[in-house]
Ligand binder design. Structure first.
Ligand code: IPM
Ligand code: MG
Length: 355
């Protein structure tokens, strides 16, 4: 039997995605190589430049070409030259939907040595993880726009919530909660105003929670939960949320953790019928793109989540420990964290910190 090999489809994409992706993959490669594991990246030139040249965000057979990879690594998508709803609906969302990546897992931690925007909150107080429903809900894509350009112009965007879709994300979240010391799960709802979708959400949460008597499940309206993440972050452990609610709460969670630049995300197909996709949660950041100062930590951490998914929990832990060392040491930091280091400097520091 040969050494393990993993084929990774890489889409660096746009803006700072081009800058953080090679740095993250260098860290993944360094830690894997030392463990005798081969990472085989296959890079695809898809994104907004590709759109300008071809009129498409990805090759026509892109999903078929991605299908056989062991994982997908995405940098960032978006450029002012292409409307965001086009770039997103021709690349990120089709991948998430077609490959049934119905779990969007996003850890949000204030790392030791990083000072977040909340006063008097020690690092240990912010350690949350969000399981965001990633295949339906408010992002189902159902709706339409009629009477364009007239005073009667109307748009309808319908949320789609299925029992099956809610149940599988809530169950996954309960499993994650069960695996953590506090065993606390906060469900983000809004069943006061959204009397159809979110009442179904709550019902399914109750049913699934009954199977997990060891997990404490609390329901919060999403607005109150957002406030609580700021006022009492220590009381939050695991969050389960619909697609849009999770999108908003995870930017908030990343912000209270010091920088959007450190936060990673995993788009998972837990059954492994299709490849999962790993990405930093920051976007393409056209305002700082091309300057080599983007924080690569979110992308590196996403790489660690990818290693975990590929069966290498030990390598995940090694990369996260190296990130913690670099942040705690504080000498090598990009400007978003108050430092002057470049993207490449941080990547080298993380590689050096791998034990
Ligand atoms: C994210 C992003 C995407 C989302 C956008 C780019 C569609 O904000 O991954 O959080 O809303 O899911
Ligand atoms: Mg987002």
């Amino acid at each position: 039997m040969g050494q393990p090999r993993h084929r990774i489809a890489v889409i660096p994409g746009d803006g700072i995605g081009q800058e953080v992706t090679p740095v993250a993959l260098a860290v993944v490669d360094a830690v894997a190589r030392r463990a005798g594991i081969t990472i085989e990246p296959v890079t695809h030139p898809w994104g907004c430049d590709y759109y300008r040249d071809t009129g498409r965000m990805m090759a026509a057979d892109a999903l078929d070409r991605l299908r056989d990879s062991d994982a997908i690594f995405l940098g960032a998508i978006g450029h002012p030259s292409v409307p965001d709803h086009v770039s997103v609906w021709e690349l990120i969302l089709p991948i998430r939907q077609r490959f049934e990546q119905y779990v969007n897992l996003r850890p949000m931690r204030l790392m030791p040595g990083v000072s977040g925007p909340l006063a008097n909150v020690p690092a240990a107080d912010i350690d949350m993880i969000c399981l965001r429903e990633n295949s339906e809900g408010e992002y189902a894509g159902v709706g339409g726009r009629v009477h364009r350009g007239t005073p009667d112009e109307t748009a309808v965007q319908t949320g789609v919530f299925t029992r099956r879709g809610i149940e599988r994300i809530v169950r996954y979240a309960c499993e994650v909660a069960r695996s953590r010391p506090r065993r606390l799960l906060a469900s983000a709802t809004k069943s006061n105003a959204l009397q159809h979708s979110m009442v179904l959400w709550d019902d399914v949460v109750d049913e699934v929670a009954a199977e997990y008597p060891d997990v404490t499940v609390r329901k919060y309206h999403v607005d109150a939960l957002a406030a609580r993440m700021v006022t009492h972050p220590r009381t939050i452990d695991v969050i389960v949320a619909s697609n849009l609610f999770g999108d908003i709460l995870t930017d908030l969670g990343a912000a209270v953790s010091g920088s959007l630049g450190v936060a990673p995300g995993a788009n998972l197909n837990p059954e492994r019928r299709h490849p999962s996709m790993f990405e930093p949660i920051h976007g393409s950041a056209p305002d700082i793109a091309g300057r080599g100062i983007a924080n690569p930590i979110g992308a590196i951490w996403a790489g660690a989540l990818m290693l975990d998914h590929l069966g290498h929990r030990d390598l995940h832990d090694r990369v996260v420990t190296a990130i913690e060392r670099v942040l705690a040491d504080g000498r090598v930091r990009t400007p978003d964290l108050g430092g002057q280091a470049t993207t490449a400097d941080v990547g080298r520091a993380v590689v050096d910190a791998l034990s």
